[in-house]
Design a protein around this ligand. Structure first.
Ligand code: SAM
Length: 390
């Protein structure tokens, strides 16, 4: 994660702009002022830089939630802030020139808005969820040049490694997305996808809500799969296999194929590890038999006028509102020079979305982007609008 280790943080006079980088405002954690967020804009993309001031270490880095897709923008923003505020940098992993030339060339990396605005108009799409080292994804894309692949991952170093390979191998039938695959599935058009690969997902035995496979994930998978389309789960965890089987079997209009220790054309890094340990490997393949209705998502993210007080907002920090199929959790509050900002998670229990909301004067708005237009987010938004107004 790019960061600057600094001697002391100094505040600029906001807004401040130089050389294509604009620093708009600062948000200070309302309960501990050792955490601050600096709103930054480069080429119309807004994100936060994060300041962490522990007693022994002071860091300037990026906020994970709003992190831009380009590593170069992150580097520019960090270096620019340090220069403009005359910060003394003790140590850093940020370079002036682009370290990884392949990242500069790449256009395979897309953001969620790209898919939300208009899903690629292609006949045959396959999706790989959590591609890790990317061995399987790259192999598939190379072997099937006429098929369009979307690889989804949340681990940045894996994404960068795979992007490098996409350039080296000059693959033009593969797009990469840095996003939670469970949320992404909600905006894929119906009856579109021929295969979904979920190979060696993290079993999350203690935090089951973080698992990729869940009732709602299967529901969305069935909707997006063509008739006879396949969802391929491959796992070394007997627990995860049993849990997934139980979850799949409750679905109508599917058939299941179960295989044990099946060899596939390419073995992933994880698979090699488990094979060395002589662990069993389970395949559960769901074959879809349902033709689904078109995806229709009605609603918007409009907030009504703010009528409550900033004090009441700050008191929401740490609280959770639970409803039948979704929740709203107010993670923490920040003070702005002219308002309040709240970091919130909301939506369905197994696919929550994390967001910032800014309240200034009578206006409430999401920042820097709107939530993903999913059914659960739209429902949660309606309740959020009510809660923020008391
Ligand atoms: C155990 S690794 C397996 C990687 C690869 N499929 C393989 O077989 O080597 C699981 C991967 O899933 C990714 N992951 C976990 N949850 C995810 C989610 N909700 N959306 C996208 N990727 C996810 C993790 O970052 C990790 O790289």
């Amino acid at each position: 994660m790019p960061h600057l280790h600094i001697k002391k943080f100094k505040k600029l006079k906001f807004p401040h702009s130089n050389d294509g980088v604009r620093f708009n405002f600062i948000a200070v954690n309302a309960s501990r002022d050792d955490e601050k967020l600096i709103s930054t804009t480069i080429e119309d993309e807004d994100f936060f830089l994060l300041v962490r001031e522990d007693e022994d270490k002071k860091l300037l880095k990026t906020d994970k939630l709003t992190r831009p897709s380009s590593t170069q923008k992150i580097h520019n923003a960090l270096l620019s802030y340090a220069k403009e505020a005359a910060l003394e940098v003790l140590d850093s992993n940020v370079h002036h020139s682009i370290k990884n030339i392949h990242l500069k060339e790449v256009n395979a990396l897309k953001n969620i808005e790209y898919f939300a605005n208009e899903f690629p108009d292609v006949d045959d799409v396959r999706i790989e969820v959590g591609f890790g080292s990317g061995r399987h994804l790259l192999h598939q894309a190379k072997e099937n040049p006429k098929i369009f692949f979307i690889g989804i991952e949340i681990h940045r170093p894996s994404i960068e490694q795979v992007l490098k390979q996409v350039n080296i191998q000059k693959l033009d039938n593969l797009m990469i997305l840095d996003y939670d695959a469970r949320l992404f599935m909600e905006l894929v058009p119906s009856n579109k996808v021929s295969k979904i690969y979920v190979h060696f997902p993290v079993p999350w035995d203690k935090k089951k809500h973080r698992r990729v496979i869940s009732t709602s994930f299967i529901e969305e998978s069935q909707r997006v799969l063509k008739v006879n389309g396949r969802l391929e789960l491959r796992t070394d965890s007997e627990n995860y296999y049993a849990y997934s089987y139980e979850t799949f079997i409750n679905f109508p209009k599917i058939s299941l194929e179960i295989k044990k220790n099946r060899d596939i054309a390419i073995s992933s890094k994880y698979e090699d590890r488990w094979k060395k340990q002589e662990k069993n490997i389970y395949d559960v393949t769901m074959i879809n038999e349902l033709f689904s209705d078109d995806l229709e998502i009605e609603g918007d993210f409009f907030f009504s006028e703010f009528k409550s007080s900033y004090e009441e907002l700050l008191n929401l920090s740490g609280s959770t509102k639970k409803y039948e199929n979704f929740f709203i959790h107010f993670e923490r509050a920040y003070t702005l020079d002219d308002g309040v900002m709240i970091r919130t998670s909301m939506g369905s229990f197994d696919r929550p979305e994390h967001l910032y909301i800014i309240i200034r004067d009578k206006n409430i708005s999401y920042y820097p982007t709107l939530p993903l237009k999913s059914k659960s987010n739209l429902v949660a938004h309606k309740f959020l609008n009510g809660v923020l107004n008391g």
